[in-house]
Design a protein around this ligand. Sequence first.
Ligand SMILES: Cc1cc2nc3c(=O)[nH]c(=O)nc-3n(C[C@H](O)[C@H](O)[C@H](O)COP(=O)(O)OP(=O)(O)OC[C@H]3O[C@@H](n4cnc5c(N)ncnc54)[C@H](O)[C@@H]3O)c2cc1C
Length: 451
Amino acid sequence: MKTLSKEIAGWGRYPVQRCELERPERHAELTARSASVIARGQGRSYGDAALNEGGRIVLTERINRFAAFDTTQGIISAEAGVTLAELLAVSVPRGWFPSVTPGTQYVSLGGCIAADVHGKNHHHDGAFSRSVREFELVSADGKRLRCSPRENADAFWATVGGMGLTGIVGDVEMQLRSIDSAYINARHTAAKDLEQAFRFLQDAEHDARYTVAWIDLTSRGAALGRSVVMAGDHAAADALPRRLRTAPLLLKPRGVRDVPFDMPGWLLNPLTIRAFNALYYRVAGRKRAPFVTDYQTFFYPLDALGNWNRLYGRRGFLQYQCVVPTVTALAALQQLLEALAASGHPAFLGVLKRLGEEGAGQLSFPMAGYTLAMDLPMTGPALLKLLEELDAIVLRHGGRVYLAKDARLAAPSFRAMYPRLEAWWPIKQALDPDGVFSSSLSRRLSIGGVA
Ligand SMILES: Cc1cc2nc3c(=O)[nH]c(=O)nc-3n(C[C@H](O)[C@H](O)[C@H](O)COP(=O)(O)OP(=O)(O)OC[C@H]3O[C@@H](n4cnc5c(N)ncnc54)[C@H](O)[C@@H]3O)c2cc1C
């Protein structure tokens, strides 16, 4: 198979690395075929998880056929390169929705398994792996292993959250959720500070199946952590406004605008970000009455702007996402926000979510607690130093950083944050004794076992 040597990056456009790309056209062509290889879906991880500097990358974008869809039970089988966008286009008109979805639909099913992604409903429904009935794992020697919580369960749990390091996921069978309409009953509640946002996120009155808080990362002093808590659930067709009731499962295609080129690096600076956040807090917080919105707007607001990562200019940006356990979460998040404020570094698109219990995937990110995510324009060493300070706070409180978003965590911090690595490592060795599956992320974090 032909390979192409190319400089590529993750969604944050940092780091940029030269890798050898190969793009199999068929499922049967999926193999390791190299001493160092990693799978790549849609490249929506932010850092270097789907990069392999000097090594090979298997692109799964053409491994994207549907195999079967049982529309009475909501069970769908598809190749791992199928995206959630492709799945939604098929499933929503038939009354089915992914049980768990991240904040973009432009991700592959393989990428969702490898990162064991979570959605706004993690506190009710767990991570992506909970909806996966089984998958095929292509191992380094070309063997194809069926993995489920019952069959080859070790390989199943080491692969969910395993960041592609146990093999290539070839196909997936998953359980979808039954829906009555393509719409969501939503409601916003403004919280004046972090403490109130916490109360709302814990409180049944403000909670729904899907709950998330947008947090103003530029707020200071008494308003530190002011947020808009956004909650919603799938709407019943007969409760929709009359004009939507005739075809409740069908949406008009949404117009997508594109950011046509790299914006100048100064566009997102502390002043513009502060002004945007103040406006957003006022506008989104003002929507007090419950309202009906379509699922695209509710789950995927950023997908309406194609290539929005160009807004950060050529230097790109980093996303910092951490989770801290419930007991210390308020104190930890206060310290994180204060450290961010003291640094003066601009931070955009802050999201705060409650997460439910940890799953059985040893490297899976979620744990019972609160997760904070933010986007930070890449400014060089000052930013990297700030993020190390944030790591220290997260570690002190027993939390961890999300590998799917990471581009710079240090190996010792990773080991301290993921204590179940010890249980994962023997399974990785059994599946891939020669360490064929490796990535820039796995080498940076010494996940290959070398400290
Ligand atoms: C706007 C935006 C919002 C997001 N919101 C969320 C969110 O709410 N929750 C959340 O959890 N994540 C979120 N993410 C992160 C994203 O869901 C994950 O990074 C996901 O893994 C991306 O899927 P992908 O197909 O692009 O994978 P890639 O970025 O291509 O790869 C990610 C990892 O998966 C591995 N991988 C990919 N395909 C396979 C395969 N077939 N077999 C084995 N390994 C494979 C890669 O090796 C790599 O380690 C968001 C990302 C963006 C850009």
